[in-house]
Design a binder for this molecule. Sequence first.
Ligand code: OAD
Length: 247
Amino acid sequence: MNTQIPAVLTKALRSANHIAVLTGAGVSAASGLPTFREAQTGLWAQYRPEDLATAQAFRKNPKLVWEWYDWRRSLVAKAEPNAAHIALAEMARRVSKFTLITQNVDGLHQQAGSVDVLELHGNIGRTKCFHENVVIESWLETDEVPPLCPRCGGPLRPDVVWFGESLPKHAIDAAGQAAINCDLFLSVGTSGMVEPAASLLRVAAEHGALGVVINPTRIHAPAGVIQIEADAGEALTALLDQRWPQG
Ligand code: OAD
C-alpha cells in the first residue's frame, strides 16, 4: 500500500472536527459487487436503466424488474465488507463528528459497523408496497412474481430509489447539512454523475471544506478538490494510518 497523501490533506485530517463522506458503488467493488457506469463491467453497460430502474419499467414488466433485483440481492447476500467499509467505520470512532452518506443500497457499511448511515438511494434488503409506499416486512410466498402486498394485494417492489423518484427527505436533508457544516468532505468510489448526491462535494467546497475525491480514475470535480487516484480501501486505510498512526 503506497498511496501518497498530500500534506494539505494530512493537515485537514489532523484538524477536522467534522468529516463527511459520500460513498458510491466503487466502495463495494472490492466486495465483488458491480458498479454502474464502468465500461464493460458496469451494470448500465449491460442493462438499460429505463428498463429496470424506473416506476414505468416496473408497471410494464414487474416480473423482470423484481427478478433483476432478486439477482442483485443474491450478489449482496454473498458479499462481505472490504477494507474501505472497515476503514470508514473505524474513522467514525476516532473523530468528534462523522457523517457517512451513501448511494449504495447493499448495507455493507452497516455490516462493517457503521451507524447512522444516510442511505440516499434506499436499501435493496428492504421491500415496500408499490401502491402504498410503505415498508413490508413479510408476505406470503406464492408463485406470484413479484409477491403481493399482504395489506392491499398490490405488487411489492424493492425499497430503492428509482430514476425520477425523490430521495428519502431525512437522508438528503441531513446530507446537505453535513456538506455545509463539515471541515473535510471525502467523495469515495462515485462517478459523481447522479444528482442530487453529486452536488454535495461542490456544496461542501463552497462552504469552506476541503474536498477530496478517492477514485482510481480521475473524475470531473470542482476546482480545489484533491483527487487521490487509488482504490478506496487502500486510500482510506492510508488516511487512517496518517491521522492515527499505529504503535
Ligand atoms: P458509478 O458506477 O457511476 O461509479 C463508480 C465509480 O467507482 C467509478 O467512477 C469508478 O472509477 C469508481 N471505482 C471503481 N473501483 C473502485 C475502487 N476499487 N475504489 C474506488 N473507486 C472505484 O456508481 P455511483 O457513482 O455509485 O443509482 O452511481 C450513482 C448511482 O447511479 C447509483 O446509486 C445508482 C446508479 O444509477 C440508482 O440506482 C438510483
